[in-house]
Write a protein that binds this ligand. Structure first.
Ligand SMILES: [Zn+2]
Length: 266
Protein backbone atom coordinates (compact mmCIF):
# COMPACT_ATOMS: atom_id res chain seq x y z
CA UNK A 1 0.00 0.00 0.00
CA UNK A 2 1.21 3.47 -0.86
CA UNK A 3 -0.46 6.77 -0.20
CA UNK A 4 0.49 10.42 -0.64
CA UNK A 5 0.06 12.02 2.75
CA UNK A 6 0.73 15.30 4.51
CA UNK A 7 2.13 14.96 8.01
CA UNK A 8 4.28 16.68 10.55
CA UNK A 9 7.64 15.19 11.44
CA UNK A 10 10.95 15.57 13.25
CA UNK A 11 14.16 14.34 11.62
CA UNK A 12 15.71 11.65 13.84
CA UNK A 13 18.74 10.87 11.70
CA UNK A 14 20.14 11.32 8.22
CA UNK A 15 22.50 9.02 6.34
CA UNK A 16 24.09 9.62 3.00
CA UNK A 17 23.22 7.03 0.38
CA UNK A 18 25.50 6.76 -2.65
CA UNK A 19 26.67 10.12 -3.92
CA UNK A 20 23.61 12.37 -4.00
CA UNK A 21 20.85 10.63 -2.09
CA UNK A 22 19.90 10.26 1.56
CA UNK A 23 18.12 7.92 3.91
CA UNK A 24 16.22 10.01 6.41
CA UNK A 25 14.56 8.64 9.51
CA UNK A 26 11.63 10.83 10.48
CA UNK A 27 9.39 10.57 13.53
CA UNK A 28 6.01 11.55 12.13
CA UNK A 29 3.06 12.64 14.20
CA UNK A 30 0.58 10.31 12.48
CA UNK A 31 2.52 7.31 11.20
CA UNK A 32 5.27 6.91 13.79
CA UNK A 33 8.89 6.36 12.79
CA UNK A 34 9.48 5.92 9.07
CA UNK A 35 12.54 5.65 6.83
CA UNK A 36 12.47 7.87 3.75
CA UNK A 37 14.59 7.72 0.66
CA UNK A 38 15.31 11.13 -0.83
CA UNK A 39 16.80 11.29 -4.30
CA UNK A 40 19.22 14.05 -5.20
CA UNK A 41 19.17 15.77 -1.80
CA UNK A 42 22.96 15.95 -1.91
CA UNK A 43 22.75 18.30 -4.89
CA UNK A 44 23.15 21.96 -4.29
CA UNK A 45 19.73 23.24 -5.31
CA UNK A 46 17.53 20.38 -4.20
CA UNK A 47 14.31 21.71 -2.69
CA UNK A 48 14.39 19.18 0.16
CA UNK A 49 18.00 19.87 1.10
CA UNK A 50 17.24 21.79 4.29
CA UNK A 51 14.10 19.81 5.16
CA UNK A 52 16.17 16.70 5.90
CA UNK A 53 18.80 18.36 8.08
CA UNK A 54 19.15 17.08 11.64
CA UNK A 55 17.18 19.12 14.21
CA UNK A 56 14.44 19.99 11.74
CA UNK A 57 10.71 19.86 12.27
CA UNK A 58 8.45 20.39 9.28
CA UNK A 59 5.24 19.52 7.55
CA UNK A 60 6.14 16.97 4.90
CA UNK A 61 4.32 15.61 1.92
CA UNK A 62 5.36 12.13 1.00
CA UNK A 63 4.58 8.69 -0.22
CA UNK A 64 3.90 6.66 2.92
CA UNK A 65 4.19 2.93 2.28
CA UNK A 66 3.22 0.16 4.62
CA UNK A 67 6.35 -1.83 3.76
CA UNK A 68 9.85 -0.84 2.65
CA UNK A 69 11.10 2.69 2.21
CA UNK A 70 8.89 5.76 1.99
CA UNK A 71 9.52 8.78 -0.23
CA UNK A 72 9.45 12.53 0.38
CA UNK A 73 7.93 14.85 -2.22
CA UNK A 74 7.86 18.20 -0.51
CA UNK A 75 8.16 20.08 2.78
CA UNK A 76 6.82 23.31 4.23
CA UNK A 77 6.69 25.20 7.53
CA UNK A 78 10.23 24.15 8.25
CA UNK A 79 11.51 24.89 11.69
CA UNK A 80 15.24 24.48 12.24
CA UNK A 81 16.25 24.36 15.89
CA UNK A 82 19.04 26.86 15.41
CA UNK A 83 20.82 26.64 18.76
CA UNK A 84 21.52 22.93 18.33
CA UNK A 85 23.25 23.47 15.02
CA UNK A 86 25.66 26.00 16.48
CA UNK A 87 26.18 25.02 20.13
CA UNK A 88 28.07 21.76 20.65
CA UNK A 89 26.57 21.27 24.13
CA UNK A 90 22.98 21.73 23.02
CA UNK A 91 23.72 19.62 19.97
CA UNK A 92 24.84 16.76 22.22
CA UNK A 93 21.72 16.87 24.42
CA UNK A 94 19.36 17.13 21.47
CA UNK A 95 21.14 14.31 19.63
CA UNK A 96 20.70 12.10 22.68
CA UNK A 97 16.97 12.89 22.88
CA UNK A 98 16.61 11.95 19.20
CA UNK A 99 18.59 8.71 19.67
CA UNK A 100 16.65 7.75 22.79
CA UNK A 101 13.37 8.35 20.97
CA UNK A 102 14.63 6.28 18.05
CA UNK A 103 15.40 3.24 20.21
CA UNK A 104 12.14 3.58 22.17
CA UNK A 105 10.06 3.47 19.00
CA UNK A 106 9.08 0.59 16.78
CA UNK A 107 8.80 1.43 13.09
CA UNK A 108 5.34 2.44 11.90
CA UNK A 109 3.81 2.63 15.38
CA UNK A 110 2.02 5.97 15.71
CA UNK A 111 2.79 7.61 19.04
CA UNK A 112 1.43 11.16 19.13
CA UNK A 113 2.09 11.52 22.87
CA UNK A 114 5.78 10.78 22.50
CA UNK A 115 5.98 12.90 19.38
CA UNK A 116 4.60 15.79 21.37
CA UNK A 117 7.08 15.21 24.22
CA UNK A 118 10.02 15.22 21.80
CA UNK A 119 8.84 18.35 19.99
CA UNK A 120 8.26 20.16 23.29
CA UNK A 121 11.67 19.10 24.65
CA UNK A 122 13.56 20.30 21.57
CA UNK A 123 11.63 23.54 21.69
CA UNK A 124 12.49 24.04 25.37
CA UNK A 125 16.20 23.42 24.76
CA UNK A 126 16.14 25.75 21.76
CA UNK A 127 14.52 28.46 23.85
CA UNK A 128 17.19 28.29 26.50
CA UNK A 129 15.81 25.95 29.17
CA UNK A 130 18.45 23.98 31.04
CA UNK A 131 19.25 21.07 28.70
CA UNK A 132 20.28 18.77 31.54
CA UNK A 133 16.92 19.21 33.24
CA UNK A 134 15.04 18.69 29.99
CA UNK A 135 17.11 15.58 29.33
CA UNK A 136 16.31 14.14 32.78
CA UNK A 137 12.59 14.88 32.46
CA UNK A 138 12.60 13.28 29.04
CA UNK A 139 14.49 10.22 30.31
CA UNK A 140 12.10 9.73 33.22
CA UNK A 141 9.02 10.18 31.05
CA UNK A 142 10.36 7.81 28.39
CA UNK A 143 10.71 4.89 30.81
CA UNK A 144 7.19 3.52 30.16
CA UNK A 145 8.04 3.26 26.45
CA UNK A 146 10.82 0.86 27.41
CA UNK A 147 8.38 -1.18 29.46
CA UNK A 148 9.70 0.23 32.72
CA UNK A 149 7.22 1.88 35.03
CA UNK A 150 8.81 2.61 38.39
CA UNK A 151 6.35 3.64 41.09
CA UNK A 152 7.24 7.24 41.87
CA UNK A 153 3.96 8.45 43.35
CA UNK A 154 4.48 6.76 46.69
CA UNK A 155 5.81 3.73 48.51
CA UNK A 156 5.70 0.59 46.40
CA UNK A 157 4.77 -1.49 49.43
CA UNK A 158 2.20 0.57 51.36
CA UNK A 159 1.29 3.43 49.03
CA UNK A 160 2.38 6.08 51.51
CA UNK A 161 2.94 9.35 49.64
CA UNK A 162 4.79 11.18 52.42
CA UNK A 163 8.57 10.94 52.37
CA UNK A 164 11.29 10.38 53.11
CA UNK A 165 11.68 7.85 50.33
CA UNK A 166 14.42 5.81 48.80
CA UNK A 167 14.58 4.13 45.41
CA UNK A 168 14.54 0.35 45.18
CA UNK A 169 15.41 -1.46 41.99
CA UNK A 170 14.15 -4.72 43.43
CA UNK A 171 10.73 -3.27 44.17
CA UNK A 172 10.64 -1.11 41.05
CA UNK A 173 10.03 2.23 42.69
CA UNK A 174 9.99 4.16 45.92
CA UNK A 175 10.05 2.74 49.41
CA UNK A 176 9.01 4.83 52.40
CA UNK A 177 11.26 4.86 55.43
CA UNK A 178 9.12 2.25 57.18
CA UNK A 179 9.92 -0.21 54.40
CA UNK A 180 13.57 0.57 53.78
CA UNK A 181 14.51 -2.61 55.65
CA UNK A 182 12.90 -4.66 52.88
CA UNK A 183 15.69 -3.87 50.47
CA UNK A 184 19.21 -3.71 51.84
CA UNK A 185 20.46 -2.85 48.36
CA UNK A 186 18.21 0.17 48.02
CA UNK A 187 19.81 3.11 46.24
CA UNK A 188 20.37 5.46 49.21
CA UNK A 189 19.25 8.43 47.14
CA UNK A 190 19.28 11.94 48.53
CA UNK A 191 15.84 13.36 49.32
CA UNK A 192 16.55 16.19 46.87
CA UNK A 193 17.07 13.82 43.98
CA UNK A 194 13.94 11.85 44.97
CA UNK A 195 11.97 15.10 45.06
CA UNK A 196 13.04 16.05 41.53
CA UNK A 197 12.58 12.58 40.08
CA UNK A 198 8.99 12.57 41.36
CA UNK A 199 8.43 16.06 40.01
CA UNK A 200 9.98 15.19 36.64
CA UNK A 201 7.75 12.15 36.25
CA UNK A 202 4.61 14.29 36.19
CA UNK A 203 5.64 17.73 34.93
CA UNK A 204 4.35 18.73 31.52
CA UNK A 205 7.10 19.44 29.02
CA UNK A 206 5.01 22.33 27.72
CA UNK A 207 5.00 24.10 31.05
CA UNK A 208 8.46 23.66 32.45
CA UNK A 209 8.78 27.33 33.31
CA UNK A 210 12.05 27.87 35.09
CA UNK A 211 13.09 24.85 37.07
CA UNK A 212 16.42 25.85 38.45
CA UNK A 213 18.58 23.23 40.10
CA UNK A 214 22.03 23.42 41.66
CA UNK A 215 24.87 21.62 39.91
CA UNK A 216 25.38 19.26 42.83
CA UNK A 217 21.71 18.29 42.85
CA UNK A 218 21.77 17.81 39.09
CA UNK A 219 24.57 15.28 39.50
CA UNK A 220 22.51 13.39 42.10
CA UNK A 221 19.46 13.37 39.84
CA UNK A 222 21.51 12.22 36.86
CA UNK A 223 23.12 9.39 38.75
CA UNK A 224 19.72 8.14 39.99
CA UNK A 225 18.32 8.33 36.44
CA UNK A 226 21.40 6.50 35.12
CA UNK A 227 20.95 3.85 37.81
CA UNK A 228 17.35 3.24 36.72
CA UNK A 229 18.37 3.13 33.05
CA UNK A 230 21.36 0.84 33.60
CA UNK A 231 19.36 -1.64 35.66
CA UNK A 232 15.99 -1.53 33.94
CA UNK A 233 16.42 -0.33 30.37
CA UNK A 234 19.94 -1.54 29.68
CA UNK A 235 20.76 0.48 26.59
CA UNK A 236 24.06 2.25 26.09
CA UNK A 237 23.85 5.10 23.62
CA UNK A 238 27.00 6.67 22.24
CA UNK A 239 25.39 10.10 22.45
CA UNK A 240 24.87 9.65 26.20
CA UNK A 241 28.49 8.56 26.58
CA UNK A 242 29.47 11.71 24.76
CA UNK A 243 27.49 13.87 27.19
CA UNK A 244 29.33 12.19 30.07
CA UNK A 245 32.70 12.94 28.48
CA UNK A 246 31.59 16.45 27.67
CA UNK A 247 30.64 16.95 31.31
CA UNK A 248 34.19 16.12 32.29
CA UNK A 249 36.14 18.18 29.84
CA UNK A 250 33.50 20.81 29.48
CA UNK A 251 32.87 21.86 33.05
CA UNK A 252 35.19 24.81 32.65
CA UNK A 253 33.41 25.91 29.49
CA UNK A 254 30.03 25.38 31.09
CA UNK A 255 30.99 27.62 34.01
CA UNK A 256 31.91 30.28 31.52
CA UNK A 257 28.58 29.96 29.74
CA UNK A 258 26.49 29.91 32.87
CA UNK A 259 28.16 31.96 35.58
CA UNK A 260 25.07 32.21 37.81
CA UNK A 261 24.45 28.49 37.98
CA UNK A 262 25.06 28.12 41.71
CA UNK A 263 23.38 31.29 42.81
CA UNK A 264 19.83 30.07 42.87
CA UNK A 265 18.15 27.85 45.39
CA UNK A 266 16.47 24.62 44.41
ZN1 LIG B 1 5.91 2.03 52.79
Amino acid sequence: MSQIEEFEGIVLSVKKHREQDHLVKIFTDRFGKLMFFTRGTGKRNNKLKTAILPFTKATYIGDVRTTGLCFLNDAKDQQQYQSMQTDIFLNAYATYLLNLTDVALEDRQPNPALYHKLAASLQEIDEGSDPEIIMNIFEIQLLPYFGVAPELRGCRVCGNTEGPFDYSQTYGGLLCQKHWHMDEHRYHATQRSIYFIRLFSRVSLDQIGSISVKEETKKEIQSLVDHIYDDSVGIKLKSKGFIKKMDKWGSVLKDARNPEKNDRKD
